[in-house]
Design a protein around this ligand. Structure first.
Ligand code: FE2
Length: 265
């Protein structure tokens, strides 16, 4: 089973020639399916870009959204329009709202957007402010304490959706692939060659999903868990325990690429 993995492709930073060149490269690859771990465009064009991807792909595209995909819109409205699109296009599977995907005997795929949930590092004191806090309707206009509470809630909701799917997948399979946007551990929040520091990591890690993964990996020691994520634009691998590996994909604005072709047994 060959799965092509892309992350943080930010197609809104390309002109039409760039988009066409990206799509023809995408179309020329022979894979059994695609994984996209978020930050595809912005709220104003995410449906357009997903539709163009679906139009050139003859294989399923399993995706999650990232924080940028909600920029200049809201979480609730973007969710509504992307869900409508995924309902219409059978090859587009938004893992956040889909159940366990069994890709082959013993091989399952699950996913969730995740969210930088402000639980690791210095969420209250860091001078780092993401554009998220002004560009996404539900995150705008909050004092820091309210903002961190909202981010905690988004992380908890993500883990609440993912946990039952993780458990169901682990019960029936020996390899579980997890797609999420935000690195679930501080050690996986790679940026410029090293894990993010305490000022960045509150927004660059989703502890709630990390805790769910650790719990599931401990309860199903015979199952291998592979997580693919992005968000921090730095590439690296991190293994918090022997049956759980996180791969974070690198990215550069204006130069989308295929992070990896995963060959899964
Ligand atoms: Fe992101």
């Amino acid at each position: 089973m060959k799965l092509g993995w892309l992350t943080d492709i930010h197609l809104n930073f390309l002109n039409e020639d760039g988009i066409q060149s990206f799509l023809s490269n995408f179309q020329s690859r022979t894979v059994d399916g695609w994984l996209i771990s978020g930050d595809i465009g912005e709220a104003t064009n995410i449906v357009y870009f997903l539709q163009r991807i679906a139009d050139v792909s003859d294989k399923p595209v399993y995706f999650v959204l990232g924080n940028h995909d909600y920029y200049h819109g809201s979480l609730i409205e973007t969710t509504r329009v992307v869900m409508e699109l995924a309902d219409r296009e059978s090859d587009l599977v938004w893992l956040t709202w889909a159940g366990v995907q069994v890709l082959a005997p013993g091989l399952a795929l699950v996913g969730d957007d995740g969210w930088g949930d402000g639980r690791i590092g210095r969420p209250y004191d860091t001078p780092v402010r993401l554009n998220d806090f002004v560009a996404i309707g539900e995150l705008r206009g909050h004092h820091r304490k309210q903002l961190v509470e909202k981010l905690n809630q988004l992380g908890d909701e993500a883990a609440g959706r993912l946990t039952p799917k993780l458990k169901a997948a682990a019960k029936e399979n020996d390899q579980v692939v997890v797609v999420t946007h935000v690195p679930p551990f501080a050690g996986a929040a790679w940026h410029e060659g090293r894990p993010s520091d305490d000022d960045w990591v509150p927004w660059f890690s989703c502890k709630a999903i990390g805790d769910a993964l650790l719990d599931c990996a401990a309860n199903y020691p015979e199952v291998n868990f592979l997580v693919v994520c992005g968000h921090t634009h730095g590439s690296g691998e991190y293994s918090p325990c022997s049956n759980l590996k996180v791969m974070t994909g690198g990215a550069e604005y204006g130069a989308p690429r295929i992070s990896k072709i995963l060959n899964l047994p």
